[in-house]
Design a protein around this ligand. Sequence first.
Ligand code: HEC
Length: 92
Amino acid sequence: MKKLTTAMIALPLALFSAAALAGDAAAGAAKAESCMDCHAGEDFEGLSLEEIANAIRGALAGNVKHPPGLDEIAEGDVDDVAAYFYAEAGGQ
Ligand code: HEC
């Protein structure tokens, strides 16, 4: 019985954190509007959601050369923008 109770608590928590991680593509669409002046979904084709998020974080951190335009989004927007790029790239 104890095991069952633990599972009943753990499962919704796991589902919740997965959803929280995934970001919101619809919210990302608005935030990524300026990005789409230069980017298209195909720029991110074949990448996983996580890889896209990591690429954006890396670019935000200055790890890659990026022309002006990246400062339109903040760290807190990354998951939403990544979800949007991922959907645009045909990942969903
Ligand atoms: C002025 C045009 C322009 C705008 C606006 C722009 N980008 Fe870029 N972005 C580029 C160019 C050019 C590259 C480099 C492409 C290359 O060298 O392969 C790039 C590369 C990237 C990369 C790949 C970095 C890597 O790891 O290789 C990411 C991620 C990215 N941009 C995200 C964004 C996001 C998010 C936005 C909006 C907040 C944005 N970009 C807005 C032109 C732009």
